[in-house]
Design a protein around this ligand. Sequence first.
Ligand code: GUN
Length: 296
Amino acid sequence: MSQATIIDGKAFAANLRADIGRRVAVLKQRHGLTPGLSVVLVGEDPASQVYVRNKGKATLEAGMKSDTYTLSPDASHEEVMAKVEELNNDASVHGILVQLPLPDQVDSDAILNAIDPDKDVDGFHTLNVGRLTSGQDAMAPCTPVGCMIMLKEVVGDLTGKQAIVVGRSNIVGKPMAALLLKEHCTVTIAHSRTRDLAGECRRADIVIAAVGRPRMIGGDWIKPGATVIDVGINRIDDASTKSGTRLVGDVNFDEAVETAGAITPVPGGVGPMTIACLLKNTLTAACRQAGVAEPE
Ligand code: GUN
């Protein structure tokens, strides 16, 4: 069996980011409009700090306005709400992202639903979730959008394909299933209580792994030639590295690469595309709010 094509998420993301940067320049020149993204981080979670820093950097590199607000780990629900309201009312802010998870004293659902749906670049507001699942034009969550861009490029027309999404989170699993359905896939949503998960996976032409369990999906779960998109980012111990740890996905890559037709690596697969799609959503949001056409 020949080895799978490795899907280069970094290259996909670099292309998309360059394209967005070019379109932002057109927008500035034609309409004097600079898209703005504000990110709210509550607390000091090291992984969240890294994500937020990377988002800010990428936003500036695309020529957009970037603001990051860091609130203390014991910020009250009302304080976070007040920040969201302030950003809703700021016309120079076109996109608002509240980094998850939020501390326990903050009601995450209420915060996400307080964000102006037009500025909801994460696509987590109930209105946008409803639009997506009912097949309307919607701001869709960044990670699933990134997965779809790569899938369509690698597979082409997805009509009639058997797709399985392993994981049912609001951030990835559920919106991913909605997007696959929109492209006319036959979609299974599997999760930790699915019976015969391996058998369900083996029937799939497309496997989306988003369970958060390191290397859970073995090579013998993958149908020969299937396309595998690994959303998992898990840190495991590895004495052979300098840090003593390394990142792995939800798929056993070394096994699956022997069976799959194409597969995303971790790191360097889905991760870079998520940030690129955040910029894409911010550009779209800015154009809609300004009432101008999105530059080609
Ligand atoms: N935490 C982990 N992933 C995400 C994401 O896509 N958006 C937000 N806001 N927080 C996250």
